[in-house]
Design a protein. Sequence first.
Length: 109
Amino acid sequence: MMNDEQLILRLFEDGDRALIGGDVQELSRIFAEDYIQYDESGRASTKLDVIEKVSSGAIRFISMVSTGRDTRLLRDDVAIVHGSEDDEVEQGGKRFSVGSQLAKPGSQR
């Protein structure tokens, strides 16, 4: 049986595979409703934005390599995951590499 940290890391790995495979159903399951992803220019995309870009073929993730993920469990229902990835993507017929920083923005008050 896996502990909480292993389950969280597995979820990230599942998300990587879903992005590369263009598995919209799996992305819908994995991404939280308030999920936000930032591109190489700092533009934010919501869960629905990312799923639309992947399903339409506007963006295709070719590879993802985690260069470090650390998980910190705060409570039974809260964890913070710090990490970064090197991603290779194809968009508009061009391939490029981007760095990705995993972060959850602070809550709005």
